[in-house]
Design a protein around this ligand. Sequence first.
Ligand code: UDP
Length: 238
Amino acid sequence: DQPTPAYRRVLLKISGEALMGDQGYGLHPPTVQRIAQEVKSVQDMGVEICMVIGGGNIFRGLQGSAQGMERTTADYMGMLATVMNALAMQSALEGIGVYTRVISAIRMDEVCEPYIRRRAVRHLEKGRVCIFAAGTGNPYFTTDTAATLRANEMACEAIFKGTKVDGVYDKDPVKFADAVRYDTVTYDDCLAKHLKVMDASAIALARDNNLPIIVFSLDEPGGFRGVLAGQGTYTRVH
Ligand code: UDP
């Protein structure tokens, strides 16, 4: 009864906020475990999985710099926050028997692996989930850009962006009852209409490499697995 996945290797991008549940801050372990289950159910279909998790539930560079902190320092703090989230996800995944590696763009050899592309590819081939941490390793970037970069480097067929809603809308569906969801939308429309998909540099990088972005709801149980099999509602950015 295993649905056939339409993809062989994908990258799942989630924001840090996705891990905080209904709390206003930090990590909510039951939520982390729930997402880990979603990842496992996709891995059980035989799909190779990369993950990039944001850090906004702990620290955002822009917030820090708005409060007078030097911008690049604040961005490094944001990158460190993503490492904490990656470790929490690693722990949850390994708790349910999924082998993982946390791979950081900033070296911290006692904690996780450094990013070496060929090594990461090998992990995927061996069925390990690669959780890419510390963003791109550079200030002034976001984890959306990191997700697009790693997805390209790992030759993923698509980025799956898990959000609170089941796709891309013409306006905020939480605020406007008449918001309309797109089934598909072009990269250029996302940029021109400022649609809330990913930041502009991430979308441009995806566009330049023809990497589709699938926006779907991670709140829907079984959503990730369904979308991988081409079921349910989602928006395909291409
Ligand atoms: N960040 C960075 N370079 C990167 C990725 C992230 O400087 O390549 C910093 C940046 O300060 C950002 C923070 O890490 O605010 C957390 O990442 P992001 O805002 O993308 O997290 P999300 O919104 O997805 O939770």
